[in-house]
Design a protein around this ligand. Structure first.
Ligand code: PLP
Length: 389
């Protein structure tokens, strides 16, 4: 292991949202004031501007703002009339909302195992899970890397399935040069503060290339109401606040530079791990062919049952880490109670036991990254010493 002369910092945060916001606060406060003075608080021109720019980012003609990424998934399923008796293929290694949207409509999530390299739904396993009741698939572009969309779309086409992309962690990610959100029938984004593009609260966006679907989504997010107080279908209340849209409109032009910073940070971890001789000790995250990875997360695999021990070691030295996700969805109590706990998902379960997420946010400094890797080296030295004893 190489020694470096860089000072080791006394702490490194997993995420410091304040850094990114601080430089823009001077621009953001006046537009918030403008919204307050305008009296237009729900949807309106700020939301329309964001819909246009998100549709542009995704390469689709339509953007439909809503209240959260979770609602975007729910609205997408509603747009395709998915309900009781229907099955929807989902990964079990994802955030809860991917599957809860399905159960909220009375439909059944059918778990599909993941590709161990990308952590995304494995198209080969998808085929085994399809039945006569299967109506849709929700591929998640987990951690900022696009799922294997060609294979997924082909299987979906052959079996008449709708494809709803969960792009909550993948703003601006690309697959074979094409932006996520435009690869399936509907793309769902989140503006939760920790996402690659985050507001000052909750927010979400749907994108689609289909005019009719866009129309339906616009209706569903306002109680299915058109014209005023006449309801054609039963929708929900899921609209974006003008204040959130105004904040996001200021941030949007910075997304490409923030994404490049995340990519630089990921490449730097790769170099630092290699330089420290640790790249064989852990499995570093890999980018599959033809992907533009936007690194919402940098995912280390810690084999040999040592993940939690390493995390505690780092935590004691004030290096922030997280585990996305410590329990697979099929193992969650709420889904087990619904009889959805019985699934053979070896790669999903292995991932929940091995993954450890390191700080990767755009404003993370080189000194902070070096500190993270130095601390992990120290753990390895101690671990080797304990083994020898
Ligand atoms: C954050 C997230 C969501 C939900 O988005 P919210 O805006 O928090 O409701 C859905 N899916 C994935 C993969 C996410 O990371």
């Amino acid at each position: 292991m190489t020694q470096s002369n860089d000072p080791v910092l006394s702490s490194v945060p997993l995420l410091d949202i304040k850094r990114g916001n601080e430089s823009l606060i001077g621009e953001i406060m006046p537009v918030i004031e403008e919204v307050c003075r305008s009296g237009w608080f729900v949807l309106g021109p700020q939301c329309q501007q964001l819909e246009t720019s998100m549709a542009e980012l995704a390469g689709t003609p339509h953007g439909i703002a809503c209240a959260s990424g979770s609602d975007a998934l729910l609205l997408a399923l509603m747009a395709f009339d998915i309900g009781p008796g229907d099955e929807v293929l989902v990964p079990s290694f994802t955030f809860f909302a991917t599957a809860s949207a399905v159960t909220r409509l009375g439909a059944t999530p059918v778990w599909v195992d993941i590709d161990p390299v990308t952590f995304n739904i494995d198209p080969e396993r998808m085929k085994d899970a399809i039945t006569d009741a299967t109506r849709a698939v929700i591929p998640v572009h987990l951690f900022g890397q696009a799922a294997e969309m060609d294979a997924i779309n082909e299987i979906a086409r052959e079996n008449g399935l709708k494809v709803i992309e969960d792009a909550a962690q993948a703003h601006g990610a690309r697959y074979k040069g094409q932006a996520v959100g435009s690869l399936g029938d509907i793309g769902c984004f989140s503006f939760y503060p920790t996402k690659n593009l985050g507001g000052f609260g909750d927010g979400g966006m749907l994108v689609t290339s289909d005019d009719e679907t866009a129309e339906k989504l616009r209706l569903l997010r306002v109680h299915g109401m058109h014209p005023r107080y006449y309801h054609q279908v039963i929708g929900i209340n899921s609209r974006l606040d003008a204040i959130q849209a105004a904040v996001l409109n200021i941030k949007m032009p910075h997304l490409p530079e923030w994404t490049e910073q995340r990519r630089t940070n990921a490449a730097r971890y790769d170099q630092l791990f290699a330089a420290a001789g640790l790249d064989g000790r852990f499995t570093l995250p890999a980018t599959a062919e033809d992907r533009y990875h936007v690194w919402n997360q940098y995912t280390l695999r810690v084999p040999g049952g040592r993940r939690d021990e390493l995390r505690t070691f780092l935590g004691d030295l004030k290096v922030g880490t997280e585990i996305y996700y410590p329990i697979a969805l099929h193992q969650q109590e709420c889904f087990r109670k619904l009889g959805l706990g019985d699934a053979d998902l070896p790669e999903t379960e292995r991932a929940t036991n091995e993954v450890l997420h390191l700080p990767i946010f755009p404003e993370l400094t080189e000194a902070e990254q070096k500190t993270v890797v130095t601390r992990i080296s120290e753990y390895c030295v101690e671990d080797a010493r304990a083994e020898a004893a």
